[in-house]
Write a protein that binds this ligand. Structure first.
Ligand code: NAD
Ligand code: LMR
Length: 332
């Protein structure tokens, strides 16, 4: 399968491309950026794995060339946060970048699965959808916001409070909602390794807050040099890997991802009823299939405190989604 990375020379783009070059399901890897993508491609092409790698710049129809034949397109293009910024502060610049890249995908690779990493994810995913609608090629089953880093953080941080870091690779905690602050809702009550009652509620509240605001921790530590790149590349490669396996026919792969709820009309309607709100997009545990979204799972049984977190998340999500939708509708 041909995987394409748009923004491939960046902090996420480079390690993500490295990990994709190592994925045996990737037979072709297309890299695109406004700088340095051909150099990154030549570097990766020396790695002894079968995937053929090519890199393009915007000149000479580079976007069209890289997207030709793409099965999966991953978008980490755009600016990252600096201390003091919210993800929404990135909208001003990243919305236009994502809109223009989505236009390229809609015209050259309209059947590709599109995986959006660029922030603010809660708004950039609707932007891609609206661009695709304008071109008459929108299929909600093929559009995903990548929220895997929240899931990865949940496994890491919860294994730490359980006092056993070796659990980090096996413990799974669904994280639902969206990808920014209070819209990130970890469902610790559904942890595959139950949280013992000996762990205090204040420790649990602290870990929930750490999962919701984990991005800030990295932005602060990098002190102006950007946000999560390596952990995001790890998370992104994990999600791309799942999408590729499902596209290849493997069944039963479930991952939380931010999708348009019409991608599975029945599952989406049930989820909206559970949420008690007309929210168009939501990160829910999604079963992946050959066509993309196969089934949107509901929230399942959640605790009263998790219900409260959802109630806080939904209004902010709706505002973020609307911002992305109206951006594409507005005159340039
Ligand atoms: P970065 O600045 O290191 O890299 C971004 C790359 O995008 C650069 O190489 C830049 O040249 C390229 N780019 C800019 N405009 C482009 C265009 N029009 N076409 C193609 N490439 C273009 O930033 P980063 O640290 O890699 O972060 C990228 C984005 O990912 C940011 O918006 C960040 O907030 C987001 N992010 C999301 C998550 C998530 O969980 N979804 C996690 C971390 C970061
Ligand atoms: C993250 O969660 O680390 C990313 O969304 C980057 C950020 O801005 O925090």
């Amino acid at each position: 399968m041909k995987a394409v990375v748009l923004g491939a020379a960046g902090g996420i783009g480079q390690p993500l491309s490295l990990l994709l070059k190592s994925n045996p399901l990737v037979t072709e890897l297309g890299l695109y950026d406004i700088v340095n993508a051909p150099g990154v491609a030549v570097d990766l092409s020396h790695i002894a794995t079968p995937a053929k790698v090519e890199g393009y710049l915007p000149a000479d129809d580079g976007l069209k060339k890289v997207l030709t034949g793409a099965d999966v397109v991953v978008i980490p293009a755009g600016i990252p946060r600096k201390p003091g910024m919210t993800r929404d502060d990135l909208f001003k610049i990243n919305a236009g970048i994502v809109r223009d890249l989505a236009t390229g995908i809609a015209t050259t690779a309209p059947k590709a699965f599109v995986l959006v990493i660029s922030n603010p994810v809660n708004s950039t995913v609707p932007i891609v959808a609206e661009v695709f609608k304008k071109h008459g090629v929108f299929d909600p089953k093929r559009l995903f916001g990548v929220c895997t880093l929240d899931v990865v953080r949940a496994s890491t941080f919860v294994s730490e409070i359980l006092g056993d870091r070796s659990l980090a690779t096996s413990i799974k905690i669904p994280v639902v909602g969206g990808h920014s602050g209070v819209t990130i809702v970890p469902l610790l009550s559904q942890s595959t390794h139950p949280i013992p009652s000996s762990i205090s509620s204040s420790t649990i509240d602290t870990v929930i807050n750490r999962i919701q605001f984990g991005g800030d921790e990295i932005v602060k530590a990098k002190d102006g040099a950007g946000s999560a790149t390596l952990s995001m590349a790890f998370a992104g490669a994990e999600f791309v890997g799942k999408v590729l396996r499902a596209k290849g026919g493997e069944k039963g792969i479930v991952a939380p991802t931010f999708v348009n709820l019409i991608a599975d009309a029945e599952g989406g309607a049930k989820l909206k009823a559970e949420l008690g709100a007309e929210v168009e997009y939501f990160s829910a545990p999604v079963e992946l299939g050959v066509e993309g979204v196969y089934k949107i799972n509901g929230l399942g049984t959640i605790s009263d405190s998790e219900k409260k977190l959802i109630q806080v998340a939904v209004p902010e999500l709706i505002t973020n989604i609307e911002k992305g939708v109206s951006f594409v509708g507005a005159p340039k």
